[in-house]
Design a protein around this ligand. Structure first.
Ligand SMILES: Nc1ncnc2c1ncn2[C@@H]1O[C@H](COP(=O)(O)OP(=O)(O)OP(=O)(O)O)[C@@H](O)[C@H]1O
Ligand SMILES: [Mg+2]
Length: 304
């Protein structure tokens, strides 16, 4: 029998655990909750284990799930990320497998969603529309959410359907698709800002620009650019836009200006991009990061 020498190559198979975390619109919901908001979640799940798991995660976080309807005709949208990890490198995604329906929900379900929103809209300080294009945002649902003065829209497509909402937060590719041209120069950014404001009739537009930070525009032509606050410890930017929309909506709901709310969103994003997967942050981390920023800029101001 051949003896295995000490130098023989050994294949180590590591058992990796599977982690379930809220994704898509559920990531925005979860971010709002960890930032300290009382959240009423509205949306669709299928009659499956993923739907049950999502409801469980939400309930553990104190999120009201009465507005989450079960649609037996569709699966709970599930994105499976298969990632690899070697000892001396960071975890990296290899492939993502999505399970979802491309059909619109049944009219009865659309009506249930709309009725729930109409009944609750007067009880909340703000509404976040996180539209990943998976069927929840039908015409009647959008009409219902637009009844609120403080509606913030983060949609991958069709910004014009939400005309009249207070603020939109497209990322750069979404903004480019909406205006129909590439935004590769400051001039193009200014033009896109005007076109997006005309399309949406919003009070402000916030374009999130990945490692270039974010830009805020209003109808008077004022542009405010905020750089990314953390560019050196970035591991995974998935879901950073959801964190931005959650933190900035809470900033606005608390009476902050658009600029203050955007800075809050940028700070929260600078924290979650340090973690693998869709991540969240909390008020303690946000305050500490803001304090560190103020000290770094030598403003001499104390925040805490
Ligand atoms: N590579 C990066 N380095 C530093 N900060 C980043 C980076 N990518 C994103 N961010 C921060 O996160 C914010 C939102 O990022 P981005 O524009 O990629 O949103 P998004 O594409 O809508 O994200 P998602 O749809 O995955 O939630 C940026 O404005 C910035 O503050
Ligand atoms: Mg986004």
């Amino acid at each position: 029998m051949e003896r295995i020498s000490r130098e023989a190559p050994v294949l180590i198979i590591r058992h990796e655990t599977t982690r379930q975390m809220p994704g898509g619109g559920a990531n925005a919901v979860y971010n709002l909750a960890t930032l300290g908001a009382q959240v009423k979640a509205v949306g669709l799940v299928g009659k499956d284990d993923q739907g049950k798991a999502l409801r469980g995660i939400f309930e553990d976080a104190g999120i009201d799930t009465e507005g989450i309807m079960v649609d037996t005709q569709r699966p709970t949208v599930t994105k499976t990320r298969i990632s690899g990890h070697a000892r001396q490198s960071v975890t990296q995604q290899i492939v993502r497998v999505d399970r979802k329906s491309d059909e619109l929900p049944d009219p009865v379900i659309q009506e249930q969603l709309t009725d729930y929103i109409r009944a609750q809209i007067g009880t909340v300080d703000a509404v976040v529309c996180s539209d990943y294009g998976d069927g929840v945002f039908t015409g009647p649902v959008i009409q219902a959410v637009l009844a609120h003065q403080q509606t913030v829209v983060d949609t991958q497509k069709s910004l014009g359907r939400y005309r009249g909402a207070r603020l939109f937060t497209p990322n750069l590719p979404e903004a480019e698709r909406a205006v129909g041209y590439s935004i590769a120069s400051p001039q193009a950014l200014t033009a896109a800002d005007k076109d997006l404001l005309a399309l949406t009739q919003a009070q402000q537009i916030l374009i999130t620009r990945g490692d270039a930070g974010m830009s805020l525009f209003d109808p008077s032509g004022r542009e405010q650019h905020i750089p990314a606050f953390n560019r050196t410890e970035v591991f995974d930017v998935t879901g950073a836009g959801d964190t931005v929309v959650a933190a900035l909506t809470l900033g606005l709901a608390a009476g902050g200006s658009f600029w203050e709310a955007a800075v809050l969103g940028n700070i929260a994003a600078s924290i979650v991009v340090r973690q693998f997967g869709t991540a969240t942050t909390n008020p303690t981390e946000v305050k500490a990061t803001l304090q560190a920023l103020l000290e770094e800029t030598g403003s001499g101001r104390k925040f805490l």
